[in-house]
Design a protein around this ligand. Structure first.
Ligand code: PBG
Length: 323
């Protein structure tokens, strides 16, 4: 048999392999998620997320400097309240942990872009992402509350807001509220396609946001659905989203690829807590090579079409990509 084409010709030498490499990770691709807790001197490790801590503002600033020094462009902030209540009122408080963190970060680590997650689940006593009325999450009542949260982050100086609640119409409601108050240049990164995923388990420990009753399937998407993802994304584009996010990442690469093909906005993918925990746990047992699997998974997410990757591995990956 005579082989005309031999793909292995281009794989024989390391230099040539590098020359024909199609996907490249850059430090600028990554967004590092951080958890802000009330108080001072707080540094609480999250069990199922080795290397991730809940930090009070003073501690967060230290770590944020490290993040910036590694050449990472941005952080995504999640907050914990002093006290939870039925409506998650602390989420929009100018004195909240996130609002304080944003103000200090913009002053003390100005190079870092500060994105804030907009949601109520960490702030409500029931742990749901919106307001409860008659035993269920009331979509339209939640919109006003979420817009107020986004506005309070904008007023604190956030560079971008990222709504993750999955209420219908929230991107439009937030856009309108921001524009009315003069924040028409503040971009919205929408968690446009967010699945009701069991991969969020470790995050809920970190954010203390496990729902007290029921689950999130009445607002987050069914993992079995793909066409619906295109609809969700199209709605967010109409409402004024600037960046579309898919979440989780690795189990949903088909969705990342479809969105990248269909829409002309930047696509972000969130490598969530469970994806991180799986790699960390296997590595701790000596069952997987942590660095290799981390880089392979991040490369795969980018290859599928993600322009930006939210990942708890950001610092580790940036350190490796330095040289
Ligand atoms: C809040 C929110 C969640 C995550 C990001 N924002 C949890 C959830 O929806 O239950 C998950 C992030 C992760 O698992 O790393 N709505």
């Amino acid at each position: 048999m005579e082989l005309i084409f031999r793909p292995r010709r281009l794989r024989r030498q390391a230099t040539l392999r590098k020359m024909v490499q199609e996907t490249h990770l850059r430090r600028e691709d990554f967004i590092y998620p951080m958890f802000v807790a009330p108080g001072q001197g707080v540094r609480q490790a999250v069990d199922a997320m080795p290397g991730v801590c809940r930090l009070s503002v003073d501690q967060l600033l230290k770590e944020a400097r490290e993040v910036a020094d590694l050449g990472l462009p941005a952080v995504l902030l999640f907050g914990l309240p002093q006290k939870k209540d039925e409506t998650g009122s602390e989420a929009a408080s100018p004195k909240g942990a996130v609002q304080q963190a944003v103000r200090r970060l913009k002053k003390e680590v100005p190079a870092l872009l500060v994105i804030t997650d907009v949601c109520l689940c960490g702030y409500t006593s029931h742990g749901h992402c919106g307001l409860i009325q008659g035993g269920e999450v009331d979509n339209d009542a939640s919109l006003e509350a979420l817009a107020q949260v986004a506005l309070s982050y904008a007023e604190a100086g956030a560079d971008m807001v990222a709504p993750s609640d999955m209420m219908d119409g929230r991107v439009g409601a937030i856009r309108e509220a921001l524009d009315e108050r003069g924040f028409e240049m503040l971009p919205i990164m929408s968690y446009a396609v967010k699945y009701a995923s069991s991969f969020y388990g470790p995050f809920r420990e970190a954010a203390e946001s496990t729902p007290a009753f029921g689950d999130r399937r009445a607002y987050q998407m069914d993992p079995a659905n793909a066409r619906e993802a295109l609809k969700e994304a199209a709605l967010d584009v109409e409402e004024g989203a600037d960046i579309l996010m898919v979440k989780p990442a690795l189990p949903y690469l088909d969705i990342v690829a479809q969105l990248a093909g269909e829409f002309d906005l930047p696509i972000a993918a969130y490598q969530v807590s469970g994806e991180y925990a799986m790699i960390k746990a296997a590595a701790l047992k000596g069952w997987l090579n942590e660095e290799a699997v981390m880089l392979e998974s991040l490369t795969a997410i980018k290859r599928a079409g993600a322009d930006l990757i939210v990942t708890y591995f950001a610092k580790q990956a940036a350190a490796l990509l330095r040289n």
